[in-house]
Design a protein around this ligand. Structure first.
Ligand code: SAM
Length: 230
């Protein structure tokens, strides 16, 4: 029974990846590999397991969501994640996207493993994400921090890549720009609190920032000192 269920999830995961490839969203072999390996069903509440491989956001409690897989895939592709990268993620949520990043920056038996630091403001989600990350084997390469991610995590800065998975106000939090390495990439949804947001890719070169608008998106708001008020 257990192995039938496991096969069932594996089959659904493969079908999801194939459809994201067909839609032109998944193109990079390393991102495709990570999406096939990370067990998304282990990051959602038990009663949502059967929907884990549908391309839609799912509730994870406390009014928050795990993003739709196409958004995870898109953000990973635009961030150009590579082995050895040090990543900062703001908005751990379920921990799934942090695990995907870990699979990309620290693949098994890597001689140069990178690390993912991920910040979540809800303590209950921090606890669940830590458990899921441990269960799926990413504990050594992912550190989950409880706090206000709009402040970044100066202790480990600078970061090769910064990923924000909640919608920022149009003025991008200054600490995140400061904590990005020269040559680094920031991927962030920004705009208004509930509607009218876009996904941006921001590249830093010698303290200059080049911003590219990717597409319209809808994320839960980034709440914090440099974000929206709760
Ligand atoms: N990346 C997540 C995943 O893989 O499940 C999905 C993130 S969910 C769309 C956005 C998350 O950002 C929520 O869990 C929310 O609590 C969190 N958040 C919002 N403002 C934050 C802040 N200032 N610092 C840290 N987390 C924040």
């Amino acid at each position: 029974m257990v192995s039938t269920l496991k096969m069932h999830f594996e089959e659904k995961r493969k079908r999801l990846v194939e459809s994201l490839k067909d839609r032109g969203i998944l193109t990079k072999p390393e991102v495709i590999r990570a999406m096939l390996i990370v067990l998304r069903h282990k990051f959602v509440p038990k009663d949502a397991e059967s929907s884990a491989y549908m391309d839609s956001p799912l509730s994870i409690g406390l009014g928050q969501t795990i993003s739709a897989p196409h958004m995870n895939a898109m953000m990973c592709e635009y961030l150009e994640l590579k082995e050895g990268d040090k990543i900062l993620e703001i908005g751990t949520g379920s921990g799934y996207h942090a695990a995907l990043c870990a699979e990309l920056v620290a693949p098994e038996e890597s001689q140069n493993p990178g690390h993912v630091f991920t910040i979540e403001r809800h303590e209950g989600l921090v606890k669940n994400a830590r458990e899921s990350i441990k269960k799926t084997g990413y504990e050594a390469n992912v550190t989950v921090i409880h706090g206000d991610g709009t402040l970044g995590h100066p202790k480990e800065a600078p970061y090769d890549k910064i990923l924000v998975t909640a919608a920022s106000p149009s003025k991008i939090p200054l600490p995140l720009r400061d904590q990005l390495k020269d040559g680094g990439i920031l991927c962030i949804p920004a705009g208004s609190k509930n509607f009218g947001q876009n996904l941006y890719i921001i590249k830093k070169h010698k303290n200059e920032f080049k911003t590219k608008k990717i597409t319209g998106v809808r994320f839960v708001p980034l709440i914090g000192k440099f974000g929206f008020e709760s």
